[in-house]
Design a protein around this ligand. Structure first.
Ligand code: NAG
Ligand code: ZN
Ligand code: ZN
Length: 372
């Protein structure tokens, strides 16, 4: 096979197919021999449902977007890379011409070619072609696994940028999955005074507090009851009242006074969103990073009277990917710790199955590239 690829042919139908090997047509393009690829929730979502929002699978695409590899060919105008360089691949190349691109907010560009977002092919191929300036050379000591994991680190850097996280602040992060843990790590490396991680899984919280040491404290909320003392089912108002009590408990447990400066939700779970808004101090910042249900009950009056800033975070903006590579290169953040499973390319479907099944012991799953 000249370019073996892991292809999503239709919803719930994946296969190893051969696709044409890319050739350079734009002088600023490079061809990368893909070495390592992390799997992320969005890849699994397309596989299982064939769509995310407006992006709908209508013809087969190659999956994968968290990759690093080795440069095998460069266009005539490429100056930042040479053949043999190891690079982290930023998976979206924006149009460069719209007002969003010109302002540096290229995450909002409507014409971005983003790997594994229909109709664009992803990186789970032997060879992948992209723009040279969206590839970042890795220092000698960084592995291709580290390079691939720069993608979720970049997502975390963007979240902290949106949340304006800075030295001396208190930050509470809901979720101790890969993104939640990396957000905690980035906040800590920005010298946040106190970082608290919230999760239901003890093993993930142990990872945050004792292994990554990205959280100063961790909190496991009691599960929300299904009905009240009188046997009445928990309606939306009761859910929000329960969340407000959990928020008070978190403030007391970690001595957060009126509440943290920044709350980041990396879960998308309604109970976390409600607790997070109730937790934020007056004038504080709430960032939505996790994606779950499309619509949730939201404590809007609290958000209003506390003068909260509420923002969403998506992908990465100018300067974020290089910052992520630097954080990993300097050892400030060690994302390898998140890898729980490694699969060879031939077992890509098994890797996807592992992420789909999920569970406490599944964090980052990595697929090795096709050998030479
Ligand atoms: C993208 O992947 C599809 C699905 O396998 C393939 O048919 C197509 O040729 C690929 N496109 C490019 C530009 O490689
Ligand atoms: Zn991702
Ligand atoms: Zn644009």
């Amino acid at each position: 096979m000249e370019n073996p690829s892991f292809v999503l042919r239709a919803v719930k139908d994946v296969a190893l197919d051969n696709i044409p090997k890319p050739s350079i047509t734009d002088p600023y393009d490079v061809i990368i021999h893909v070495g390592q690829t992390g799997i992320c929730g969005s890849d699994v979502h397309y596989w299982q449902r064939g769509r995310i929002g407006d992006f709908v699978l209508t013809s087969p695409i190659v999956l994968g977007h968290e990759s690093a590899g080795t440069v095998v060919e460069i266009g005539a105008a490429v100056k930042n890379l040479k053949v043999g360089d190891k690079v982290a691949i930023e998976p979206g190349v924006p149009c460069r011409h719209c007002n969003y691109c010109r302002a540096g907010s290229y995450n909002l560009c409507p014409d971005t070619v983003f790997a594994a977002t229909p109709p664009h092919n992803g990186t789970l191929s032997k060879y992948y072609k992209t723009a040279a300036d969206y590839c970042y050379p890795l220092p000698e000591h960084m592995s291709l696994e580290d390079g691939a994991l720069c993608e979720p680190v970049a997502v975390a850097v963007q979240i902290c940028k949106v949340g304006k996280v800075r030295a001396g602040q208190t930050v509470v992060v809901f979720g101790c999955g890969p993104i939640g843990l990396l957000v905690q790590s980035v906040a800590k490396s920005y010298a946040a005074k106190k970082v608290i991680g919230v999760d239901m899984s003890q093993s993930r919280m142990d990872l945050a507090k004792n292994v990554l040491k990205c959280a100063d404290g961790v909190f496991k909320p009691a599960p929300m009851p299904k009905e009240d003392d009188d046997g009445q089912p928990y309606d939306a108002d009761k859910e929000c009242a329960w969340s407000a009590r959990v928020a008070e408990e978190i403030k007391k447990t970690f001595d957060l006074g009126e509440g943290p400066d920044v709350v980041i939700d990396a879960t998308g779970a309604p109970a976390c969103i409600q607790t997070g808004v109730n937790l934020c101090k007056k004038g504080g910042m709430y960032v939505q990073a996790g994606m779950g249900r499309e619509n949730v009950m939201f404590p809007i009056i609290t958000a209003c009277i506390r003068d909260l800033t509420i923002r969403g975070s998506i992908r990465y903006t100018a300067g974020v990917y290089p910052a992520a590579v630097d954080l990993v290169a300097s050892g400030e953040i060690d994302p390898k710790v998140l890898i729980t499973h490694r699969f060879p390319f031939e077992k890509a479907e098994e890797a996807f199955e592992t992420v789909r099944k999920g569970g406490e012991d599944v964090l980052k799953v990595i697929i090795e590239g096709v050998g030479n």
